[in-house]
Write a protein that binds this ligand. Structure first.
Ligand SMILES: *Cc1c(COP(=O)(O)O)cnc(C)c1O
Length: 384
């Protein structure tokens, strides 16, 4: 076998042995909540399509109309000829939703963070990252070349200690965190982080991938703490509650202007397809017009945590920590046999020995579905 193939095969065998190999399973999503896998229809609690907008007729129609008018692809980077007329409309909507001067749309949330972070931090700078932050924050921080310091999850005191010790030795500083943690469902203490950031001149970036559309009246995690937190860099994705694809940053005009001229993943990557942009505009219109609808996923999550005596859900995501990766896979398989799709999440997505079921609730689940899932998961709660 060629050395390259031997390397890959051996690495896969080691991952298999640790129950950490991942496999793609063909999954057809026909509506907001039901999926087809291996010829079986399963009720999904694993989609991030929290408002089921990926399947909303008005959103689909907007995307189809955009293809008819503008074609399928953007054709180039937005700085060349890829800046079709729908971008300005979407960026205006996003900035209004987040209460900022301006916004910048990227190809995806991952591309947004690996572009934004290196635009504002480099070799002489310091970036503090919450230990449970998403992979793309770590990737962006690492690409920047700045010194990266990890603070304990949601621990303001720990972040404070790091800033006190290290801030003075660096030119600029940044604090980067998820606004809603993707695998835990809890909120970051954004008002306290913003205050700390202001005190130490450390720029706060929050990743609102799981907040937009579902917390803070649909405006996201910045708005989920009573008064709006002062977050100068609000990034997020259009691929979860917004139901489509794409990433964004909402910030001041100067920050957005710099990103549009310097962020590599913006400058050197093709603009988002017209259909994705038009679909996102229709989704944001729906979110703005239906604040009552945006609370439904969280309402279901809270009914679920009440039924199982778990700490009250803060977002539509509820983790059921199992511990060992093979046990988490087994429980997920058992649930699948009962007709529920609840995918097991394993390291390195979550820390070692905290493999879990990650339950995600969406607007179109029924209260009865939530209760049935609680009954099925109940026996596995508290085994970590
Ligand atoms: C999903 C996710 C992203 C990536 O967004 P994509 O648009 O899917 O690339 C970024 N951050 C967090 C916290 C996420 O959960």
């Amino acid at each position: 076998m060629p050395a390259l193939d031997t390397f890959a095969a051996e690495k896969l065998a080691r991952l298999d042995h640790k129950h950490l190999r991942r496999r793609l399973v063909e999954t057809a999503r026909a509506d907001g909540i039901w999926v087809m896998r291996g010829g079986r229809r399963l009720l999904s609690f694993s989609c991030n399509d929290y408002l089921n907008l990926s399947q909303h007729p008005a959103v689909k129609e907007a995307a189809i109309a955009a293809i008819r008018k503008h074609g399928v692809g953007a054709g180039a980077s937005r700085l060349v000829t890829g800046n079709h007329p729908l971008f300005a409309e979407l960026e205006t909507r996003l900035a209004a939703l987040k209460g900022t001067d301006a916004a910048c749309v990227f190809g995806s949330g991952y591309l947004a963070n690996i572009g934004i972070i290196p635009t504002f931090a480099s070799k002489s700078d310091l970036i503090l990252v919450d230990e449970l932050a998403h992979s793309c924050i770590w990737a962006g921080a690492s690409l920047s070349g700045a010194t990266v310091a990890t603070f304990r999850h949601n621990d303001i005191e720990d972040a404070h200690t790091i800033l006190k010790a290290q801030r003075a030795a660096h030119r600029h500083a940044m604090i980067a965190t998820d606004g809603v943690f993707s695998m835990d469902g809890d909120l970051a203490p954004l008002p306290a982080l913003a205050k700390l950031g202001a005190e130490y001149d450390a720029w706060l970036l929050s990743d609102d991938a799981h907040g937009i559309g579902v917390v803070g009246g649909g405006r996201g995690s910045t708005f989920a703490h009573g008064e709006a937190a002062d977050v100068p860099l609000q990034m997020g994705t259009l691929s979860k509650a917004v139901g489509g694809y794409g990433g964004y940053l909402c910030a001041s005009q100067a920050v957005i202007d710099l990103v549009k001229t310097r962020a590599a993943s913006f400058v050197y990557s093709t603009g988002l397809p017209p259909a994705s942009v038009a679909g996102a505009i229709a989704s944001l219109d729906f979110i703005a017009a239906n604040p009552d609808y945006t609370v439904r996923p969280l309402t279901h999550a809270r009914a679920f945590t009440r039924a199982l005596n778990l700490p009250e859900a803060q977002s539509p995501i509820v983790p059921i920590v199992i511990g060992a990766a093979d046990t988490a896979l087994k429980v997920s398989q058992e649930l699948e046999e009962k007709g529920f799709l609840v995918v097991a999440i394993r390291p390195p997505t979550v820390p070692k020995d905290t493999a879990r079921l990650r339950v995600a609730f969406t607007a179109n689940h029924m209260s009865d579905d939530v209760q049935r899932l609680a009954d099925a998961i109940g026996p596995h709660v508290g085994h970590a």
